[in-house]
Design a protein around this ligand. Structure first.
Ligand code: ZN
Length: 475
């Protein structure tokens, strides 16, 4: 009856343990390189493998945001594709983990059930460790100077000698693909490439392509921070940063809802594709727009044009996941605005898709929501610990979002935050709409937003006797 019925083999790709791969080393360059590399493999290289399969009958449903869904007519082709994807990740990253499962459709299974079953299978196999190369007995091993855990294989001399493992040196090589060299300026000589150059290597749907595009609209070229201290320099108080970790709410339930709303295969497939694209686009665009609106960047003019130095790190932005590092005083505003804009965008994009005939009808009338955890800490604080803490806070925020939905029928994103301060310092969180900064009470509890339950959280090591003095300094 339709095309899908003939294509009974679904290949589900899911990158796994992304955070342990990204934060293996505390150095920002390696984290950024790892993130960029995963995006290139997922969005671009996997597609290239598909195209090079020749006359094979396949249909790509979606590739991006660390996942992939492709239909094949015959099992042999699906297996060939699977083998090449696994080999690609092993060769290009050494140790990033990716699960690839081939799922044959069961009679009478709906499209949504079929996809969900495949995703579940990838989760069961996510611990399938990539085989390492055995080290020869008796060989003296020097640990990698970046991640400190894998044996080093190659040296690199920059300011001093580095001994890097293969995984870290691949990350370091890849990060250079983001920049082009210009005449030296006060912020160095490496600017972000143009959006068209980045699109060639990573596709249009890549966070740095999106960032470059928005800045080109203002005729500006962009300098990125080179380490977390670069972000801390822009921060008030200085040497602090905010780590933001956001993740879409109830994504699994939305997919089930798509199954209910669209019983026909063809509609379900289009809705699933639209859902994946919309979530990814909303995450990237909301993140870039909010950073450019909230974060105090530096802008200057030279004979060669306008430059911007933006003290924000897009650690991960794809699918429904977002991880950002920004100056500490911007972190709460960035998080609150991102949460709002993500919901607006997912609502607006569904309307656009319906208008353009790419979606039969909306799958979430009020838009989709996201919840965030924010940790404010010194830039010396280990980044992987910040990520874990922010992840825990995000889970608390998600519970609050679910509670608001079930008790009040209120579909909204939420955030929870924590400030890790050194004795004597105080953080004030400014509410949106130009209100007075909110000062948490003696228990350290404070609200952000306009008391509609948008966020709640607490600061630790709060020193009330410092508030007045600090408040004047901030205002
Ligand atoms: Zn290493």
């Amino acid at each position: 009856m339709n095309d899908i019925t003939a294509r009974r083999f679904l290949v589900v790709i899911e990158t796994q343990k992304v955070k342990s791969y990204l934060f293996a080393s505390p150095i920002m360059r390696e984290t950024r390189g790892g993130s960029v590399l995963l995006d290139a493999l997922n969005r671009k290289e996997t597609k290239r493998i598909l195209q090079e399969l020749g006359h094979v009958r396949y249909e790509e449903i979606y590739l991006g945001g660390g996942s992939g869904r492709v239909l094949f007519e015959n099992k042999h082709d699906a297996e060939k594709f699977k083998k090449e994807v696994l080999e690609l990740y092993r060769r290009e990253t050494t140790n990033a983990r990716v699960s690839v499962e081939i799922v044959e459709r069961i009679n009478d299974e709906s499209f949504a059930e079929w996809v969900s079953r495949g995703v579940m299978m990838t989760q069961q196999n996510k611990l399938g460790r990539v085989e390492g190369v055995p080290v020869l007995a008796g060989r003296w091993i020097r640990p990698c100077t970046s991640c400190g855990s894998e044996p080093a294989e190659m040296t690199l001399s920059e300011h001093r000698e580095h001994w890097l493992c293969r995984a870290c040196s691949l990350k370091r090589e890849n990060v250079n693909g983001l920049y082009k060299e210009i005449k030296p300026t006060k912020r160095g000589s490496k600017v972000l490439k143009s959006s068209s150059a980045l699109a060639l290597k990573y596709t249009d749907n890549f966070i740095f392509s999106t960032l470059a595009k928005y800045n080109e609209e203002a005729n500006c070229q962009v300098f990125l921070p080179q380490d977390f201290d670069d972000i801390g320099q822009f921060s008030r108080p200085s040497n602090y940063m905010g780590f933001i970790y956001a993740d879409g709410n109830r994504m699994g339930e939305t997919i089930k809802e798509i199954g209910r709303l669209f019983p026909k295969d063809e509609d379900a497939k289009r809705a699933y594709k639209a859902f994946s694209e919309i979530v990814d686009q909303a995450t990237r665009e909301a993140a870039v727009e909010v950073i450019l609106k909230v974060v105090d960047f530096e802008e200057w003019k030279t004979a060669d044009g306008m430059y911007r130095s933006i003290p924000a790190e897009f650690i991960m932005a794809g699918g429904d996941d977002l991880m950002l590092a920004v100056p500490s005083h911007n972190a709460m505003d960035v998080a609150v605005l991102f949460i709002e804009r993500f919901q607006e965008k997912t609502k607006q994009l569904q309307e656009d898709y319906v208008k353009n005939g790419k979606l039969p009808k909306p799958f979430a009338e009020k838009g989709l929501t996201t919840s965030a955890g924010v940790v404010i800490a010194h830039t010396n604080y280990p980044i992987s610990d910040l990520m874990s803490l922010a992840g825990e806070l995000m889970k608390i925020a998600k519970k609050k979002s679910a509670e608001l939905l079930h008790t009040q029928g209120c579909e909204t994103g939420t955030l929870d935050f924590l400030a890790l301060t050194e004795a004597g310092s105080v953080f004030l969180f400014k509410a949106k709409g130009g209100r007075e900064p909110l000062i948490p009470d003696e228990n350290g509890m404070g609200w952000i937003g306009d008391n509609n339950g948008e966020g709640f959280g607490h600061a630790v090591l709060w020193h009330t006797f410092h508030i007045k003095q600090e408040k004047e300094a901030v205002l």
